[in-house]
Design a protein around this ligand. Structure first.
Ligand code: NAD
Ligand code: LMR
Length: 329
């Protein structure tokens, strides 16, 4: 039986993450080796030519699953019939820009994109926001799409989750595949909290196996939380291949499910769980099944974790208030 292709829209397609992402989507790594895809690339007008170059390269790969590539600078076209929307393109912070300027500039991108998704996307659309500030950009897009169920808007913290898994595995001399039930809480920013108190490494509680709160507070948490900045410092550019990899992981897990006895981290709309104000898009531990997700319930949060979750959630609330003051919510 020939399957109907899944429409996947990628914004910022001519950027660094776009270049690392598109070939993996077209080769079947996003949705599965038996799922044909049609790519919809959204770029700003001056970058359309570069996107066309990438499309030529995609053609030249002769991917059997790739059933078409459309390129546009119009969100209404790029999101038409989209099933999976990867919102990567964003306005980076440049010299002299205040945080409010950054939020306003991104409002000018994510509000129209949310509106276009609302008007044109397929009923089953799933949205992942990668472009920073990812959680708040997702909040802006979501507010502009009142007809799309709120839970379809997610923000990427899978890169932080993957970074934490590697750091923990290295510390304990284990493989990353032995690490389960890690959680990233809060914002995709330096305030995020990577939590190992419920994590397991090769069947042992990770915090007990580490047995060193100083390492946790002074090494592990800052290494994970500041990894993005460390990569910018080292490469002279933001993480791209690892970010694209995390976007693939995020959607693949959302669509195909978490393994029994494990969970993942996703920025999702809070239902008030763990004291995170309802409506904020915050990272939580989630399990996924049949294309849906649920926030893991009933975890005991110790004092060490509580203070750190609260600090990151406070930052999210401040970002929400700032975009609300700009009339974006
Ligand atoms: P980049 O500058 O290389 O590419 C961004 C692309 O977006 C550019 O081609 C630009 O033309 C395009 N763009 C800008 N405005 C657009 C719009 N309105 N519509 C469509 N396209 C638009 O940046 P990059 O390295 O690909 O990173 C993209 C974003 O991802 C940045 O905001 C970065 O901070 C963020 N990021 C997030 C994570 C995460 O874990 N959530 C990780 C790494 C990077
Ligand atoms: C990352 O975590 O690598 C990025 O979000 C960093 C950035 O500011 O682009």
């Amino acid at each position: 039986m020939t399957r109907t292709p899944v429409n996947v829209t990628v914004t910022g397609a001519a950027g660094n993450i776009g270049y690392a992402l598109l070939f993996r989507i077209a080769s079947g790594q996003l949705l599965g080796a038996d799922v044909p895809v049609k790519l919809r690339l959204l770029e700003i007008t001056p970058a359309l030519k570069a996107a066309e170059g990438t499309a030529m390269e995609l053609d030249d790969c002769a991917f059997p699953l790739l059933r078409g590539i459309d390129i546009s600078d119009d969100p209404n076209v790029a999101f038409d019939g989209t099933n999976v929307a990867l919102l990567v393109g964003a306005r980076p912070r440049t010299k002299g820009m205040e945080r409010g300027d950054l939020l306003e500039a991104n409002g000018g991108i994510f509000a129209p994109q949310g509106k276009a998704i609302n008007g044109h996307a397929a009923d089953d659309v799933k949205i992942l926001v990668v472009g920073n500030p990812a959680n708040t950009n997702a909040l802006i897009a979501r507010a502009a799409a009142p007809d799309v169920p709120a839970e379809r808007f997610t923000a990427m913290t899978r890169l932080d989750h993957n970074r934490a898994a590697t750091q923990l595995a290295k510390k304990l001399g284990a493989g990353v595949e032995d690490v389960k039930k890690l959680t990233i809480w809060g914002n995709h920013s330096a305030t995020q909290y990577p939590d190992i108190f419920h994590a397991e490494v090769a069947g042992r509680n990770a915090a007990e196996a580490v047995g060193d709160e100083k390492w946790l507070a002074e090494d592990f948490i800052p290494t994970v939380a500041k990894r993005g900045a460390a990569i910018i410092e080292a490469r002279g550019a933001s993480s791209a291949a690892s970010a694209a990899n995390a976007a693939i992981d995020h959607v693949h897990t959302w669509v195909n499910g978490t393994a029994d006895g494990d969970w993942t981290s996703m920025g999702v709309v809070s239902d008030g769980s763990y004291g995170v104000p309802e409506g904020l898009i915050s990272s939580f531990p989630v399990t996924t099944k049949d294309g849906s997700y649920e926030i893991v319930q009933g975890l005991e949060i110790n004092e060490f974790s509580r203070a750190r979750i609260d600090a990151s959630v406070k930052e999210l609330a401040e970002e929400r208030d700032a975009v609300r003051a700009l009339g974006l919510l």
